[in-house]
Design a binder for this molecule. Structure first.
Ligand SMILES: NC(=O)c1ccc[n+]([C@@H]2O[C@H](COP(=O)([O-])OP(=O)(O)OC[C@H]3O[C@@H](n4cnc5c(N)ncnc54)[C@H](O)[C@@H]3O)[C@@H](O)[C@H]2O)c1
Length: 330
């Protein structure tokens, strides 16, 4: 990518910085010479894990704080050049059983973070982690940014609102905010202890433990995946390029794959394992989105981003990581 030494010496705040993507981003920014503060609440049910910054502790500052705490955020955004806003409640199912917590974290906190930026640091650049979930069950494939937004769950509605607050604060107050609609992201340090983040995490754990993978539905659902390093590059590209200000971009992959084929590929790469295709649990079926494939040509054409790590390579790296470090994850 073309950001050169843009990040050297930059003061950077990452909310959700001890989570899967936030910690990968923090590590990369430290390598690029940035002064990074990771803000994370470490709520046990969520994806934050101190081991995610293992070996990097001396180059990353950690602030255990909750983004729902307006006073902390009001203070933390001051004097920072960049904010990567990744803290979130990520479970679709939890958002249905406890919609208020999702609302507090994914909407109300986003407003208070943006208010803090508007009041104390209006020249800061912000990159927000949105999600493909906000499209709901696609009307057509591949899904471009013009596709209607009709989420199938509470989390999708709240992430949609979180995204649009960022865009609104750009349009009305000139805050330099970009929103990236991530598709399924995977890689080392992802949440694997349960299916709160994505089903692929649980699959990685089960295949390593020699347990059968469960594929829900008919196994024909199509999905696309991004390896975490590619997502980190997209975030850095947006932060460094003023053309991204006020823009919304899909991320995606040139490879798409059915869930049954993905399970098969994982078993092959692992060198053993089995998978079963079983009916959806009813609570999952109600919020399932069917097939999803992103059209990511907008960010490719405007900023030159494209994924570099193919699925086979990414799955191999992920399995290697979790085989080595699984006691820290389950
Ligand atoms: N992983 C994916 O496939 C994916 C797909 C689409 C969008 N996203 C978005 O990317 C962002 C990062 O996701 P991730 O995959 O790294 O998940 P993650 O759960 O590993 O990271 C989220 C982090 O936010 C922290 N957090 C949650 N609530 C908080 C609060 N109230 N205050 C402070 N910290 C809090 C968690 O402790 C966790 O470390 C999320 O906003 C998510 O919605 C992820």
């Amino acid at each position: 990518m073309t950001y050169g030494n843009f990040f050297a010496g930059k003061r950077v705040l990452i909310t959700g910085g001890l989570g899967f993507i936030g910690s990968a981003l923090g590590r990369r920014l430290a390598d690029l010479g940035a002064q990074v503060i990771l803000v994370d609440s470490l709520i046990p049910e969520y994806g934050g894990n101190l081991f995610n910054i293992d070996g990097c502790e001396d180059r990353l500052r950690v602030n255990i704080a909750d983004v729902r705490d307006e006073f902390s955020m009001d203070y933390l955004v001051r004097d920072q050049h960049l904010l990567f806003n990744l803290a979130g409640q990520t479970s679709h199912l939890d958002s249905m059983t406890d919609p208020y917590t999702d609302l507090e974290i994914n909407v109300r906190s986003q407003v208070s973070i943006l208010e803090a930026c508007r009041k104390h640091n209006p020249s800061m650049t912000i990159v927000y982690a949105s999600t493909r979930q906000i499209y709901g069950k696609p009307d057509y494939l591949p899904v471009d940014e013009q596709h209607p937004l009709h989420p199938t769950d509470v989390n999708g509605i709240n992430k949609m609102a979180g995204e649009w607050y960022h865009i609104l604060y750009h349009n009305v107050y000139g805050l330099r905010a970009t929103s990236l609609r991530l598709t399924n992201t995977y890689g080392p340090r992802m949440r694997v202890k349960d299916a709160r983040q994505t089903f692929l995490g649980v699959w990685l754990r089960r295949v390593i433990d020699g347990e059968p993978i469960e594929v829900w539905g008919d196994g024909k659902q199509m999905r696309d995946f991004n390896y975490v390093d590619d997502v980190v590059e997209a975030m850095l590209t947006c932060a460094a390029d003023p053309r991204a200000d006020g823009r919304i971009y899909n991320l995606g992959s040139p490879e798409s794959i059915s869930l049954a084929d993905l399970a098969q590929q994982l078993v092959e790469i692992n060198g053993g394992g089995t998978y079963h295709i079983i009916p959806f649990p009813p609570d999952r079926k109600r919020i399932d989105i069917g097939d999803y494939i992103a059209d990511y040509s907008l960010i490719h054409n405007e900023l030159g981003w494209q994924p570099r790590v193919d699925l086979r390579e990414g799955l191999t790296r992920s399995l290697d990581y979790f085989r080595k470090h699984h006691p820290h994850y389950w």
